[in-house]
Design a protein around this ligand. Structure first.
Ligand code: ZN
Length: 221
């Protein structure tokens, strides 16, 4: 299923699909639940465009590679180039949309890679590893540093967080990322997961939400 960036009314964002810049351990409680140290600067990694799939199509998980974990994250759709030192206002203006992502992770494989000091891409950048929701326009979220996110699986609340809990908040994150990777129109930044990550199973029915603003269902095939 081909993916394109869409707003919630299904109108096209008219932005090409680019890379996905991801942030690890941006919520202290999640770092603790996996016994990871809390980083002193953002822990960054990338997913290629080939990892992105629409959240509203049945999710196909890799088979025979161990547990696949869900991580629910706030996703920022980038509408303008951000490169090098940028101001808070420039970072703010560059956000074309806000949505939700699943940072799907082959957790057992990631643990093995971590133990060997190897890169995480095999565990986090595979095809289908980044389901993305539709986006809402940033004007619908007047305070980017107070965005609630929730994940229900089969009707049970499994993850709940707020962007106010981020170790590196959204605007500072974009500023720091732009000093490392130029962000281009159509790129996406996913901003880390709150606590409560766990295993996905075939047949699971998911509901991701920014309560009152965005709600999207997904199923695991
Ligand atoms: Zn993540």
């Amino acid at each position: 299923m081909s993916y394109q960036h869409l707003f919630v009314n299904a109108s096209s964002a008219n932005l090409p699909l680019g890379k996905v810049v991801c942030v690890g351990r941006n919520y202290a409680e999640h770092a603790r639940e996996l016994n990871n140290p809390i980083p002193t600067e953002p822990l960054l990694f990338l997913k290629p465009a080939t990892a992105v799939v629409p959240l509203d199509q049945p999710l196909r998980l890799p088979q025979g590679k161990g547990d696949v974990h869900y991580e629910t994250e706030i996703a920022l759709l980038i509408g303008q180039t951000l490169s090098g030192e940028v101001t808070e206002a420039q970072a703010h203006q560059a956000i074309a949309g806000v949505g939700l992502a699943l940072d799907l992770t082959l957790r057992e494989l990631q643990d093995q890679l971590k133990a060997k000091g190897h890169p995480w891409e095999r565990a986090k950048a595979f095809d289908g590893a980044c389901p993305l929701s539709h986006f809402v326009r940033p004007e619908q979220l007047p305070n980017l540093h107070d965005i609630q996110l929730q994940l229900h699986i089969n009707g049970v609340l499994r993850q709940q967080g707020n962007s106010s809990q981020m170790i590196t908040p959204i605007i500072a994150l974009l500023q720091q990322i732009a000093c490392v990777f130029t962000l281009q129109p159509g790129d996406v930044v996913i901003t880390g997961t709150p606590a409560g990550v766990g295993v996905l199973a075939s047949g699971d029915s998911l509901e991701l939400a920014i309560p009152g603003v965005l709600k999207q269902s997904a199923t695991v095939s």
